[in-house]
Design a protein around this ligand. Sequence first.
Ligand code: ADP
Length: 498
Amino acid sequence: MNKRLLIVNRGEIAIRIMRTAKQMGITTVVLQSARESDALYIQQADEVISVNGSADEKPIFLQPEKVVALALEYKIDLIHPGYGFLSENPDFADLCREKGIIFIGPSPELIRNMGLKTVAKEMALTAGMPLVPGSNGTVASAEEAIQIANSIGYPVLLKASAGGGGRGMRVVDKPETMVRHFKSAADESRSAFGNDNLFIEKYIANPKHIEFQIIGDQHGNVIHLGERECSLQRKHQKMIEEAPSPSLSDEKRREMGELAVRFSKKIGYYSAGTIEFIVAEDGSYYFMEMNTRIQVEHPVTEMITGVDLIEWQIRIALNEQLSLRQSDIQLQGWAIECRVNTEDTQNRFAPETGFIERVLFPEGSGIRIETGIANGSVITPYFDSMAAKVIVHDSNRQNATAKMIKALDAVRITGLKTTIPFCRVVLRHPDFISGKYTTRWVEDNYSPEMFYNEDEEMIGALAASIAYSMEYNEIASNSPGFTNESMSMWVLNKRINK
Ligand code: ADP
């Protein structure tokens, strides 16, 4: 395919997109800025466009006009925005269309409508989607918010209509605090999205976040590729995702999947998209929003369906028909993804910046690594802290969990701390093992001490195995230097070296 693709994103997703594009014979082009001049994604692209300017300048990924001007200058046919800022910016998609460049994603109209949650909810209602009880559209004032909250009952959630990434969201549990929360949510939304419209939803206690992957073409064909459970979140940011969800019966899966497809057809959706549901403790579910882009967690869906979502995004953008039918989609086995963020999990997830000295990821059947880092990479404070993703696939959930624990144990990253220790604790926790975790899990369970328990567990196992050896083989008693005292010193050192 003699086409030139500009990827307007960085890190692991730029490399992920490149991989498929190169297999399709497409030339890959990326943007290089002073903020990250030697990143891995730049080294791997076929061509690099250098963007002049200093590190203090607004990042190129936030400048739609400049990106399109460069695309025209470098004779770009297609633009893939990854999951970055420009992926859900309707003005950027409009600009691409106006200049004759193919934007890989849905139409600007669809992005615009789904970008406003109140509009999306209205459209979802007409497609028969259940909605969380709340306001009809936006709420003009804190006084009106109090009236609505009184009728649906506290606690309620104030949400930004243009929101994303959990910004502009506030839980309000009594009328006395509404005015304060209303103002701060509106202020946050205005500064983040240039729009301060808020709406209200009933706050669902202990919910699960379950989302359906959709793919549709420009000829009216839409299918779903099953769901992902993304309830393991911290401050509304996902940390571990899995597919399928351990909490859906086949019947619920079919029902929700059909609703997602019906809704997507009704709005004329095309490209890859995600319909997010919030699931209450009693199993009732509600439409939350639709994301009109590829998601960070798309690999778990690819692993259980064998479908390359990026390839279909590209084909659909080129107006190809979707050749897959719903009956072609068989969910096979179980997949889990752990996000590797450069954060100090023992210090309340404080960001870590600087040099990655050495990186070594495991390889093996059913292990997939998506990484934006290599030996010597620099992590700057300018971008998101997600550096890589570890994804595993196995025959069932138990095997996939065991494979993930082994895979994470084998990752070696030196120089900066990452969220891997945290993921290792979660994967061994009874709430994860039972699949009963909710979006509140991290808030309810995180403490810097939880990591010591992991060590103690390991030490316990080690001590048990030594005792076993002593009893039956007398190996331990013959080991030079083994005493109870040396064991306690080892434990102490482990703690001090943390
Ligand atoms: P954003 O687009 O800002 O990420 P979402 O609407 O996707 O906002 O919600 C983000 C997260 O907030 C969800 O994954 C869920 O954990 C929580 N959430 C959203 N709506 C509700 C609700 N009505 N009750 C409880 N939690 C909610």
